[in-house]
Each structure stands twice: as C-alpha cells, then as structure tokens.
Design a binder for this molecule. Structure first.
Ligand code: SAH
Length: 244
C-alpha cells in the first residue's frame, strides 16, 4: 500500500469531538507524530508507532512525516483543534515549498474543531457576527504587529478570538493587549475567558473589559472579545445577527 501524510485536528480535547475522518485516518495509520501532549491523546495499539516531540520542532516533525510517507508509511501528524489554525499544516507546506519533490506524495489536511469554536459554543454565540482570530504569541511575529492587528480589529468592531494569551516566557503580553483594548473599546465590553474547554478542568468566565485581568488566562485559555453589540441573556453570551 502506498504511503500518505495526514495532518489531523484533534479538536479541543474530548474525543467525542474528533471527526469521523480523523478517527478513520488514525485507525489506518502506521505512525503518529506530534507534540507529546497531543500524541498522548491517541490510544496505543499494536502496529502504531508514536513519535512524540517538543512543540518547537515543527519543521523537523514535518520533514520526518514526509520521509515516512515517502517510505510507504501512513503518517498522521496530530494538532490540537484545527491543524490549519496556528498549527502544523502550514509547517508541512513550508517544508514542501522548500523541496517541491514532496508534492508527489499524498498529503491531506483533516480539519478539527478549533478552540475558539468550541469555546464560543460553550459561552453561547459570541462569534455570531464578523470576527477574527489573533495569536498573542510573539514567538513568530513582532509584538508591534500583534498590537496593530488588535487595535485595527477593535476599531473595525470585529469580535475576536485571542489564542496563546499567556505563557511563562511572555508574562507581560496579555496585560499590554488588554491595555490596547481599553484604549479602543468601552469598559462594558464583554470578554469570555474559556480555559481547558471540553476537558475536566474546563472553566468559562465572562467579565467586562473593565474587570478583565491577565491572571484570568493561562496557556490553555482562549479569550473571546465581543463586539460592541455583544450582550448576555441568562448565562449565555451572544452577538446579534445584525450590526451597524
Ligand atoms: N490548533 C489549535 C490552536 C493551537 S495554539 C486550535 O485550532 O485550537 C494553542 C492555543 O489554543 C492555546 O494557547 C489556547 O489559546 C488555545 N486552546 C487550545 N486548546 C484549548 C482548549 N481546550 N480550551 C481553550 N483554549 C484552547
């Protein structure tokens, strides 16, 4: 049987949110590659080799998977959420672009439920109108660009999903991001901190921008910022279907 590479999204955590297509690829796989936290979610079975690696080794992992497929293996690279959202799919294509011979391989991207959609569903419908997603990590882009995108998105009245809001290496970033939002938005703006969505430690907290503080987020939190019409009904947060 000829080899292939699938870059698969495992959703926010709970296996009930894997797609049928992802489950089928994992059932056929000879090799699974990914950050150790994500490969740990794959049940072991005879004949399945697991290659767990550090989160910073994306390009090496992509090369490894492509080489396995070239050798006839069926390799699945696993990402959390969706593999195309701040994750491995783009890293695979960066490697393919360096060496277009890899285009002869069967390469598939299998979507998953990204953190912002799982979080939005838990909260109600805060992304019910136009929205954007911004990664607050400055590992792969300068802070100035993050700040500019945040400011312009707020000025354009997009709701926002903020990924990677906080890590030990970047203690100050989220405070600066909240300061930018405070400069551009009213203090009553609704903000949802959604942590560990679908995991046993899940915690969803809704506050106003005035009450938001960086210690409400950790590495497994996605922050949803409403637009100026976002409101609450009972325990639900929603953004109306109409704007303007
Ligand atoms: N590809 C992933 C995102 C990877 S970036 C996706 O589509 O979801 C990692 C960031 O995703 C985390 O810092 C956090 O902001 C968010 N995230 C991932 N899983 C999450 C979960 N279960 N609950 C809340 N946020 C999560």
């Amino acid at each position: 049987m000829s080899g292939w590479v699938a870059i698969a999204g495992l959703g926010p955590g709970d296996e009930a949110l894997w797609t049928g297509e992802v489950s089928a690829a994992l059932a056929e796989a000879t090799d699974v590659l990914g950050y150790a936290t994500y490969t740990a979610r794959i049940p072991a079975r005879p004949g399945l080799r697991v290659h767990a690696s550090d989160n910073r080794e994306e390009l090496a992992r992509a090369r490894h998977a492509l080489a396995l497929a070239a050798g006839g293996k069926r390799a699945v690279i696993v990402s959390s959420g969706d593999p195309g959202v701040f994750a491995m799919a783009a890293a695979v294509f960066e490697v393919v672009a360096e060496n277009p011979d890899w285009l002869a391989l069967d390469i598939r991207v299998l979507p998953g439920i990204t953190a912002m959609l799982a979080a939005a569903a838990r909260a109600g419908a805060p992304l019910g109108h136009d929205f954007c997603a911004i990664n607050l990590s400055d590992n792969l882009k300068p802070w100035d660009l993050i700040e500019r995108r945040l400011r312009l998105a707020a000025q354009a009245d997009f709701a926002m999903a903020l990924y990677n809001p906080r890590s030990a290496a970047r203690p100050a970033g989220l405070g600066r991001a909240l300061d930018v939002l405070r400069e551009e938005c009213e203090p009553e703006r609704l903000i949802v901190f959604a942590a560990a969505v679908t995991a046993p430690q899940e915690k969803i907290t809704t506050v106003t921008l005035a009450a938001a503080s960086p210690d409400m987020a950790d590495m497994r939190t996605v922050i949803l910022v409403g637009n100026k019409s976002t409101r609450q009904v009972g325990k639900f947060v929603y953004t109306p279907r109409r704007a303007g």
